[in-house]
Design a protein around this ligand. Structure first.
Ligand code: SF4
Length: 516
């Protein structure tokens, strides 16, 4: 499921909305229905003017803000790895959820029938309501089908519920034991390190503690192995229940949604905490993001302690911190220095070391180089590139500056006022921009070639308020290609060429214009 054209999806963001409440029932719609896939190992550049919602998107994906609506599915771990509570809740409530889904489907069908009878102008007005009904029905279905797949059509849900409950219970026991193992492993590794040091220094050493911890680890590993066998058995029981439906087309249709990813939006606080070390943030401002009272060593080790990779005062701390410092180009003697003793570029290296110390899989770089001088920007970008390759990272690279993302990104998404308006491979965005907003951003990049410099156009007008965004296409108030339909109807998000998506009513006309 998470494999699209041989690229594995790490994060699937579906219809993400992030609204911040104001007084009198009004909202700032910072992100208004964003859907993108981020592939394992890629750098996804996210670009837009300040205020377009790109930083909010980065933080919402990390669940630093409680997501208002939509799903953010993470494929770095499976449902079986985490056994989240929402999985059990879904399984226990299947009959209720199915009734709700049927009701929403019926409502959507009714709206579709009414819509078909309307004139084109009336359809403009009802378009949003129908879209909303479709999304609600789809979401209600996905709540179940992502976990139980085609079983959603089965009359007797009791055996399905029982099988999934057993699977969940065994998975949960494994998760709890794995957390316990993590603690014992940290103690064991520290004791082994101290033992090695003592032997090296020719001191007498106590092998007993290491042996006892190794024995505990062995025992816990055996318990986990036995539970994993049970977990596989539960999986087989579920497969056996599926077998009679192998040729059932309707079952297959719903089964296509089955998916082992973890929906971050539905995790409890503690469950999300377990995933935090997988997902990190590098901040924009290296001046304010580092605690001035903490030394470099303390700053970098803080995350490792929070994620139980190390305990406080662990003897291995210094060695591990020095290792990550070296990878980030920080000299060992910086260890006991404080942030105010460093330049902007060095502070950003400290910030990067802090974020990468927990061995994350996914990193949001939020304007990570914007506060730095141009020459330092290049150094930090190169460092981020090197670390990405060494550590097999995936980046969401957020910036207002298209020229910065050109070299680092595999794909680029352009955001305007809470929505994604264009998405394509990095080179394609620069060679064939289709959305007028992307074109305007490109035209605003200064170049050293005189001829092109004359064409430099600055996008006029301010970005409208996200509290009261323009109707129809949100860019219509600033777009030189705007026509009547743009003022009324929200443009669809469509693929104009392979992997190149645009939301603009006149996209095809614009593509032709460029080809011509
Ligand atoms: S939909 Fe219309 S207003 Fe919006 S970007 Fe396209 S041409 Fe411009």
């Amino acid at each position: 499921m998470a494999n699209v054209e041989n690229k594995e999806v790490l994060l699937r963001i579906s219809n993400l909305k992030q609204y911040f409440p104001l007084k009198k029932g009004r909202f700032v719609k910072a992100n208004d229905g964003i859907s993108i896939d981020i592939y394992k190992g890629e750098t996804f550049g996210l670009v837009g003017e300040s205020g377009c919602g790109k930083s909010t998107l980065g933080r919402t994906v990390l669940q630093l803000y409680k997501q208002t609506y939509g799903r953010t599915t993470y494929y770095g771990r499976t449902l079986g790895d985490l056994a989240p509570k929402y999985m059990l809740d879904t399984v226990k409530n299947l009959p209720k959820l199915r009734t709700k889904w049927k009701e929403l489907e019926a409502k959507k069908d009714q709206l579709e029938a009414e819509y078909a009878k309307l004139s084109e102008t009336e359809q403009y007005a009802k378009h949003a309501a129908l879209d909303e009904a479709r999304k609600l029905a789809e979401d209600a279905k996905l709540d179940m089908t992502k976990i139980i797949g085609g079983f959603v059509i089965v009359d007797d849900l009791a055996p399905v519920t029982a099988a999934y409950e057993s699977y969940y219970n065994v998975s949960k026991q494994i998760v709890n034991l794995a957390m316990k193992r993590q603690d014992i492993q940290a103690d064991h590794d520290e004791a082994a390190f101290l033992l090695k040091q003592a032997k090296k220094d020719g001191k007498g050493a106590d092998q007993g503690k290491v042996n006892s911890l190794a024995a505990q680890l062995k025992e816990i590993n055996q318990q986990i192995a036995s539970l994993e066998t049970q977990q596989k058995q539960c999986g087989k029981e579920i497969d056996a229940l599926r077998a009679p439906y192998e040729d059932n087309a309707e079952f297959q249709k719903y089964d296509a949604d089955r998916d082992d990813g973890v929906d971050l939006t539905r995790l409890t606080y503690n469950e999300m905490r377990q995933l935090r070390r997988d997902m990190q943030l590098i901040f924009q401002d290296p001046y304010s993001s580092l605690n001035p009272r903490m030394s470099v060593g303390q700053i970098i080790s803080e995350g490792m302690q929070a994620h139980k990779m190390l305990k406080k005062n662990d003897a291995r701390m210094q060695e591990m911190v020095l290792e990550i410092m070296e990878q980030c180009g920080l000299a060992p003697y910086f260890l006991h220095r404080f942030p105010h003793q460093f330049s902007g570029g060095q502070r950003q290296r400290i910030g990067i070391a802090r974020s990468l110390a927990t061995h994350p899989k996914f990193v949001v770089c939020d304007e990570a180089v914007s506060a730095l001088d141009v020459s330092i920007q290049a150094q930090i970008i190169n460092l981020l590139q090197d670390l990405k390759e060494q550590k097999n990272l995936t980046y969401l690279f957020i910036t207002h500056d298209l020229s910065v993302v050109k070299y680092i990104s595999d794909r680029i998404g352009v955001m305007y006022l809470g929505n994604m308006v264009e998405l394509a491979d990095s080179q394609e965005i620069f060679d064939n921009p289709v959305h007028p907003y992307t074109e305007a951003l490109l035209n605003a990049i200064p170049t050293t070639e005189n001829e092109e410099q004359e064409d430099l156009q600055i996008l006029e007008g301010d970005i409208p308020s996200p509290v009261n965004p323009p109707k129809g296409c949100k860019f219509h108030t600033r777009c030189s290609y705007c026509t009547e339909i743009c003022k009324q109807v929200v443009p669809e998000w469509e693929e104009v060429s392979p992997n190149h998506f645009v939301a603009c009513h006149h996209k095809l006309h614009r593509v032709k214009e460029m080809q011509g």
